[in-house]
Design a protein around this ligand. Structure first.
Ligand SMILES: Nc1nc2c([nH]c(=O)n2[C@H]2C[C@H](O)[C@@H](COP(=O)(O)OP(=O)(O)OP(=O)(O)O)O2)c(=O)[nH]1
Length: 135
C-alpha cells in the first residue's frame, strides 16, 4: 500500500508597510478566488528560508526588493492539506515601486481602510493584527 507523504506547506505573505499603509493585492487567478485580496507571497520552496521565499515572490509578483521583518499575527491554517499562512511585516528598499505584474490590482490601505477589500478568508485575522501597526 502506498502511504501518502504528510504535507505541511508553508505559504508566506509580505505585509509591506509604507507611510502608514499596507499593500494589498487582488488575485488574478484561479477563478474561484480571482478578485479576492491577499498579501504578495506564495509557497516556500525546498531549501529556502521563509524570508528568502518572500524576497523571491515580491520580485516575481511586484518587481520590488523588500526587507523582511517580524511576523504579524499567528499561523493561519489554510483549508487544504495542513497548509498554513505566515505573514511577515516587510518594507520596500529605497526607490522601489510595486508593479502589478501578476495580480489584477494593487491598493495601499490605511488603518481605516483595512476592511474595504474582500480579503481571502485566511487573511482577515492578519489584517486585524496589522491595524495597530499602521499610523
Ligand atoms: N500568496 C498568498 N497566498 C495566500 C494568501 N492567503 C491565502 O489563503 N493564500 C493561499 C492562496 C493559494 O491557495 C496559496 C498560495 O498560492 P500562490 O499561487 O500565491 O503560491 P505560489 O506563487 O507559490 O504558486 P504557484 O503558482 O507556484 O503554484 O495560499 C496570501 O495572503 N498570500
Amino acid at each position: 500500500m502506498q502511504t501518502e507523504r504528510p504535507m505541511s506547506r508553508i505559504i508566506v505573505g509580505a505585509a509591506i508597510i509604507e507611510a502608514g499603509r499596507v499593500l494589498a493585492c487582488a488575485r488574478a487567478a484561479p477563478p474561484e478566488v480571482a478578485g479576492r485580496w491577499e498579501f504578495p507571497g506564495g509557497k516556500v520552496e525546498e531549501g529556502e528560508t521563509e524570508p528568502e521565499a518572500l524576497i523571491r515572490e515580491c520580485e516575481e509578483e511586484l518587481g520590488v526588493k523588500v526587507e523582511v521583518g517580524d511576523r504579524v499575527g499567528g499561523d493561519v491554517p489554510l483549508g487544504h492539506a495542513g497548509a498554513v499562512l505566515r505573514v511577515y511585516k516587510s518594507r520596500l528598499l529605497a526607490d522601489q515601486t510595486p508593479q502589478c505584474l501578476e495580480h489584477s490590482e494593487l491598493r495601499w490601505l490605511g488603518r481605516d481602510e483595512l476592511f474595504d477589500v474582500d480579503w481571502l478568508p485566511a487573511d482577515a485575522p492578519i489584517a486585524a493584527a496589522l491595524r495597530p501597526l499602521l499610523d
